[in-house]
Design a binder for this molecule. Sequence first.
Ligand code: PGU
Length: 407
Amino acid sequence: MESSSVFANIVRAPEDPILGVTVAYNKDSSPHKLNLGVGAYRTEEGKPLVLNVVRRAEQMLVNDSSRVKEYLPIVGLADFNKLSAKLIFGADSPAIQENRVTTVQCLSGTGSLRVGAEFLARHYHQLVIYIPNPTWGNHTKIFGLAGLSVKAYRYYDPATRGLDFQGLLEDLGAAPSGSIVLLHACAHNPTGVDPTIEQWEQIRQLMRSKGLLPFFDSAYQGFASGSLDADAGSVRMFVADGGECLAAQSYAKNMGLYGERVGALSMVCKTADVASRVESQLKLVIRPMYSNPPIHGASIVATILKDRDMYNEWTVELKAMADRIISMRQKLFDALSARGTPGDWSHIIKQIGMFTFTGLNTEQVAFMTKEYHIYMTSDGRISMAGLSSRTVPLLADAIHAAVTRVG
Ligand code: PGU
């Protein structure tokens, strides 16, 4: 009898706004169904992709009989941590040379954000974090559940489908001194709108003058422009001024290691001594949460990053993914132009990264799912990486119908 369960009063929770889209997609029996919800790369054939260089690294790991499955240290694989810091901050970063950076291996981008958030909630004096409006939906929950008070700063202007730069400066300018500010390092999710280099410089000056603490979320390094260095430009600008910051890195997208859960949290500090004390406290955050991170994915990343040949092969494969996404933008834009779909769709080719923030409303999205079996998040975000030449016409038909038939 249900009423005898000690859990009888449990209320059913709603599906996750992003991962729940895949749950709904999996239940749909239509042969034409299309999943543009989750940000996961697909090939022209619509298949998930394991990079060649990743397969090669895995083979090497399997063939190396000296490798064992012992626990990693609490902070993870040392090589992985060093190489991850170099990847985001640059090989010649003074902060790394001066040992002012501590890097800990975490469970992909999400886990890195959460460990950073838990550390800040325990040890930082200002418990307010500003996140952009809109942002990746999980940010609110990650920081809120860690015990930080979450506030929003203006970021996107629906009228221009661009950056609300004035609003951003006003909101950060009015933030209490010392507040933490979450910044998307590149390829802002969900809007695809990034500040220009000049705007980043102004943001940096404002934040440093007010003592705001930058927390970078870098989930798409290499995916925005195809260049790992260019996509880390914002982060490097903040590190170059000698100030402190946090950075959460994910290898889910740029190495296609989604389910391996590989990422890193770096904290750039003023001195080597502070960095080492910070690391000692990060260990106390991690130990009771999951003790230490998994070994396989981090070994793949370290194998690739430490070998010049493999690193180069990776950059070529990464660029190919970025280029395919960019070509899908052009194809979708052309297909809508050809149909004479009402409205200005130039934002599709202007936006950067994995997603297009279409401007379609919740009703139009629901219509496209019901009538065309196209799945996307209800805020009108589509994952361009899920599109292919074959499916662009279908999506363009669906958008055209939604815009002309649903208000
Ligand atoms: N930060 C941002 C800005 C992200 O977009 C994502 C993933 C993450 C962090 C976390 O990625 P990890 O897999 O933990 O490394 N966002 C994707 C994937 C699905 C999801 O919501 O986790 C998305 O579709 O928005």
